[in-house]
Design a protein around this ligand. Structure first.
Ligand code: DQA
Length: 140
């Protein structure tokens, strides 16, 4: 099984960025743990701060992967084009947010991604990525 993990803007700063909200763990370190935990899954990781690059990556992995775990970060709330890319590709997408976007500012309650995804996980910290992989393992 091939699963792509894609992170959007500022998630390269995990471990340093607003640690009270996002925690202390750099994503690269967490990703190593994920790979160790799911040796039966071929996991890839991509991060970009640029909307078009995220769309290019969704198009690249979207036809030959079994699932995509996507945290579009701030673009969740603004990007019609990322929502369109999810609708265009074949691979099912699970939207993940580390924080509980519904318990924060109102603008974070709007997602252009949720309606195009098979499901969304928010507020469970980095564990959300793991739960998304578990779902693909049992359902895809
Ligand atoms: C986030 C939530 C977004 O609202 C925010 O812009 C992020 C991270 C999360 O993982 O909690 O950058 O996607």
């Amino acid at each position: 099984m091939r699963i792509a993990v894609i992170n959007g803007p500022n998630l390269n700063l995990l471990g340093k960025r607003e640690t009270d909200i996002y925690g202390n763990m750099p994503f690269e370190k967490f990703f190593e743990q994920l790979q160790a935990k799911y040796p039966q899954v071929t996991l890839s990781y991509y991060q970009s701060n640029i909307e078009g690059e995220l769309i290019n990556e969704l198009q690249t992995v979207g036809y030959d992967h079994d699932g995509i775990v996507l945290n579009p970060a701030g673009y969740t709330h603004t990007s019609v084009a990322i929502g369109d890319a999810i609708a265009a590709i074949k691979a099912p997408v699970i939207e993940v947010h580390i924080s509980n976007v519904h318990a924060r500012e109102d603008f974070r309650k709007l997602s252009h991604v949720s309606g195009k995804s098979v499901g969304s996980i928010f507020g469970l910290g980095l564990k959300g990525y793991e739960l998304a992989i578990e779902w693909f393992l049992s359902n895809a």
